[in-house]
Write a protein that binds this ligand. Structure first.
Ligand code: PHE
Length: 352
């Protein structure tokens, strides 16, 4: 033997380690550049050809053995590390709640509460609708007939097995239709809720949230729409004199249509909403198209209205400095602990 240790000694040494550092020390000792095995291989140079062959084979068997055991031990340490973490982070749900164990409110829920609070103060009421919608409510009534190119603007999840042409709603706008079909004006609602599109990357998720707004009465105007949205955004982002612009746009259900941008600056890689030289698109809006009013049995010669829709994740990311949309849906407890809101925070906010 070129070195004194036998397989059993080596095995015992490696099996005794329980940290990556100790394992790495052993790896270097055996296999490192100046390790005993490479050194032993170098030592073969002075031997005869026959000896080189037999000794060389012996050393290579040991080398492979060491490599295998090191790999095995690494997995064992990894698994015990995970087990330790799981044990440390276990939450005993049978314990009585304390401030530490009570859990946090998800930033999306917090943002929805916040939106409801602001629009509530402007006398809006909250409406909801189902996630599974009829084709009529999601598209046709909103002036998006079958085969209309506007359908392609939204990557729809069609429910194949279903004979009734139902879809997962692609926006909260179908709740406009539901509300107008069942209520007489004046209507003044917001609709927070889940929406679905077949799209997924850092800025798109297949399930996301929107909030819709709809006002229908005798005299709603574009000016009311504008001041409502500015009031909302100034409250939401806690800024005075928000810099904004409205750009002409197109939605089949509003006429005229616009998109609203808000100004922002980047300070230390963080976005600050309110002023600056950059524009960020924040919502779509417009005057309710008279065709939609008529589709919903509201007389467009007597009534008029405005509507708007915005993405809740977007608002939440901008307000709380969250950079990846997907993190909202990861179910990562540490993330929630960091970005979530304590229940007490909400109690004080709403004065409970
Ligand atoms: N529903 C539109 C969308 O999802 C947003 C919108 C709502 C635009 C209401 C105008 C009026 O993109």
């Amino acid at each position: 033997m070129v070195f004194a240790e036998n397989k059993n000694d080596i095995l015992k040494k490696i099996k005794d380690t329980n940290s990556f550092e100790d394992l790495e020390k052993l790896r270097l000792y055996y296999l490192g550049k100046k390790g005993v095995i490479p050194e032993a291989l170098k030592g073969l140079a002075s031997l005869s050809i026959d000896e080189k062959k037999t000794k060389g084979q012996e050393i290579n068997i040991i080398k492979k053995f060491v490599e295998d055991i090191l790999r095995e031990q690494k997995t064992i340490i990894e698994n015990s590390d995970i087990a330790k973490k799981i044990k440390q982070e276990t939450i005993d749900v049978t314990l009585p709640p304390s401030i530490k164990t009570v859990g946090k409110i998800h930033p999306i829920s917090q943002t929805i509460f916040n939106i409801i609070e602001i629009f509530g103060n402007l006398n809006y009421s909250v409406e909801t609708g189902p996630d599974i919608e009829t084709d009529f409510n999601n598209f046709t009534a909103l002036n998006i007939p079958e085969h209309h190119p506007a359908r392609e603007m939204q990557d729809t999840f069609y429910l194949d097995s279903d004979q009734k042409n139902n879809v997962l709603r692609t926006h909260t706008s179908p709740v406009q239709v539901r509300t107008m079909l069942t209520n007489k004006p004046p209507i003044k609602i917001i609709v927070p809720g889940r929406t679905y599109r077949s799209d997924s990357d850092a800025t798109h998720a297949p399930m996301f949230h929107q909030v819709e707004g709809l006002v229908v009465n005798h005299n709603a105007t574009m000016v009311d729409l504008k001041s409502t949205l500015v009031t909302f955004l100034e409250e939401f982002f806690e800024v005075k004199n928000l810099e904004y612009r409205f750009r002409p746009s197109y939605f089949p259900f509003t006429e005229p249509s616009a998109e609203m941008d808000v100004a922002y600056t980047k300070v230390n890689n963080k976005i600050k909403i309110g002023e600056g030289n950059n524009w960020l698109e924040i919502l779509g809006c417009g005057m309710v198209n008279p065709i939609v009013l008529e589709n919903c049995k509201i007389d467009s010669k007597i009534y008029q209205g405005f509507a708007f829709g915005m993405g809740i994740e977007r608002l939440s990311m901008l307000k709380y400095g969250i950079s990846d949309l997907r993190s909202f849906f990861d179910l990562n407890y540490r993330w929630l602990d960091h970005y979530g809101f304590s229940i007490l925070h909400n109690q004080t906010r709403s004065g409970l």
